[in-house]
Design a protein around this ligand. Structure first.
Ligand code: COA
Ligand code: MG
Length: 298
């Protein structure tokens, strides 16, 4: 999953536009982009969109970002959208594995009520939006088979920390958010799920977005969230492994396959050991499923 585009749930026009954006996934937002007075109508709009969108093929994965567990709004959000079979729920302000187990139980009950198979709807938590969440990042491992990735956010964390900025004057994240980013990456690797990078809010700055995507790929993220359709092609391009990288990964995998039991191979005068094999296998796993495939895991 390379690009995940946020769309406010109360905008039918943006929801339609998002379907044609080329994003691998849409995140229909019931949380921060919806003011309190419009939560109820946004739920209805999200459900109506899901009803027609999940039947379309091919289509992007469709996630719904519900309101966090501490808001008291999560149950009504799930009641509205689960019957319409979203592929996953994005859980904001998650605080470690316990919050995933909590959301898992809420989903299991509603899946049963909607005659959906147990575990049909996956979970993608935002792992670093609260200070407590940072300390619990290591507890996602094994929390639920629904866990399909981890992502991170800076804005809510900066507000909770009492900070006045999350980026420096050049646009680079400041230390608290660099820590959050690394914790997300490590927590995802420990839980063996993809890490998804946070949004780049300056949506007219394509060079800044590209640079941040390249840094994310370099560090091990599999994809990035977007807030504007114009960000999608850049994210898709940068997170698609290059031909050269694919050929290199194939060569490493083939070399190890030819010598089962070996811990080290040589290709073109360069040594490759087991960590190189793992990296090559990861890269092959990142190759996007063809559009129209039935794999809608986020
Ligand atoms: N999804 C789908 N369509 C979008 C979109 C999105 N996230 N963001 C913009 N568009 C559409 C606009 O509606 C507009 O469509 P039109 O040409 O048919 O009128 C077109 O893309 C160009 O938009 P533009 O004028 O450049 O931006 P804007 O001022 O309309 O919107 C935002 C700017 C930030 C309000 C908008 O991008 C947005 O709503 N983003 C998502 C916000 C969100 O969900 N935040 C929560 C997560 S951080
Ligand atoms: Mg938020």
């Amino acid at each position: 999953m390379r690009s995940l585009l946020f769309v406010p749930a109360d905008s039918a026009a943006k929801l339609d536009k998002a379907m044609a954006s080329g994003a691998d996934a849409l995140i229909v937002d019931l949380e921060d982009s919806i003011v309190f007075d419009r939560k109820a109508s946004a739920r209805q709009s999200a459900a109506a969109f899901l009803k027609q969108a999940v039947a379309i093929s091919p289509r992007p994965s469709i996630l719904v970002r519900v309101n966090g567990l501490a808001t008291g709004l999560t149950d009504s959000d799930l009641d509205a959208v689960v019957p319409e079979r979203p592929d996953a729920i994005m859980l904001p302000k998650a605080e470690g594995g316990a919050s995933v187990a909590h959301a898992d139980a809420k989903l299991a009950v509603r899946e049963a009520l909607s005659n959906l198979p147990d575990g049909h709807i996956k979970l993608l938590p935002i792992a670093t939006e609260t200070a407590a969440g940072l300390f619990l990042a290591g507890t996602f491992t094994g929390a639920s088979p629904r866990l399909s990735g981890l992502t991170w956010g800076a804005e809510d964390l900066s507000s909770e920390l009492g900070a006045s900025a999350s980026r420096d004057s050049h646009g680079a994240f400041l230390d608290p958010y660099r820590l959050a980013r690394v914790l997300c990456l490590a927590a995802a690797a420990a839980a063996q799920v993809p890490a998804i990078d946070t949004v780049y809010v300056d949506f007219r700055d394509q060079n800044g977005l590209r640079r941040e995507c390249e840094e994310a790929v370099r560090d091990g993220f599999s994809g990035k969230m977007a807030i504007h359709p114009a960000q999608v092609p850049i994210i898709n391009e940068v997170f698609t492994p290059s031909r050269q990288a694919i050929a290199q990964a194939r060569a490493v995998i083939d070399a190890f396959a030819k010598e089962p039991g070996t811990g080290v191979v040589a290709i073109g005068g360069v040594m490759y050991d087991r960590p190189h094999l793992t990296r090559a296998e990861r890269l092959m796993a990142r190759l996007a499923p063809p559009r129209g495939s039935t794999d809608h895991s986020p």
